[in-house]
Design a protein around this ligand. Sequence first.
Ligand code: 5AD
Length: 320
Amino acid sequence: MDGDTLHERAGAVRDAVFGRAVFVRAVVELSNHCQRNCSYCGMRRDNRGLERFRLETAPLAESLLANIPESVTDINLQSGEDPQVVEEVALPLIGILRRETRLGISVSFGLLRDDLSRALRDAGAGYYVMKFETADAEQYRWLHAPAALERRLEAIRNLAAAGWRVSSGFIVGLPGAPPNATALALRLLEQLPLAGASVRPFIPGPETPLADAAPAPVEQALHCVALMRLASPRWFIPAVSAMAIGRKDAYTRALRNGANLATINLTPPHLRGSYPIYRRDRIIMTERLVLDHIAAAGCVPSPVGMLAWRPALPAAPINE
Ligand code: 5AD
């Protein structure tokens, strides 16, 4: 099968399970403090040039309640690995969001103590994003990715066993990748107990030890989106803003290739530059941009949230 056919087929598989509906979630980056030192990430501990911030619960809650765009059904709270922000900001914020809104709540806080992840679940979060970045244990170590690959995978399995819906993912084109890295990552995704999966192209961050490495062609990431959709028709698979960096149409193409999740960034504008996952001048997805890409892909925003969504049942059996 050639690439275009495979991509079209992936889009059709998404349509068969989810229709043309794309979930629209918001992301808020709560803190850029990070205990980790991943070579690929601009928030790494050793990046001393980065001014660190932690948002405060009350003003953030107030601003979110006033400004959540209408199309948004879910919210993803994210930060560097920073247990303090989980305890002091995320937990009370989730309480407020549960009381005041109907948003589904996702979190992405890295490896946490069991009591903290349990508290998040009790507070009402339901979806945990925990990427493994690379499925090659040696490359994982070489990149100084968090803990060890086995530990990370164990955490993913534990979260799923504790009732979380879990999403994982990897970065395609990371330096030091063995030739079969992509196949390994795709296979690992299939072996994990996941509700969602994601892929990002590697983008060298100027404030990291990998600043001079080559970026990944966005085509590779788009192809992985299609392979992931074909591997697992029911996964939540995001189109990610890193895809919109090189080629303007790549974000739309991710949605055509079977992605079904788009994210609007609601981090306070003056702090967005201080969350340099890859580059300070990353693309910030607004509601307008996201809705334009969804329309360009021939899709519509889902009226139902990710955490409320249920697959359609086949026609009911007839009782005589
Ligand atoms: N390129 C692409 N994605 C990156 N991430 C971190 N650094 C990079 C990079 N240079 C992703 C990782 C991490 C998330 C916060 O951002 O997947 O889990």
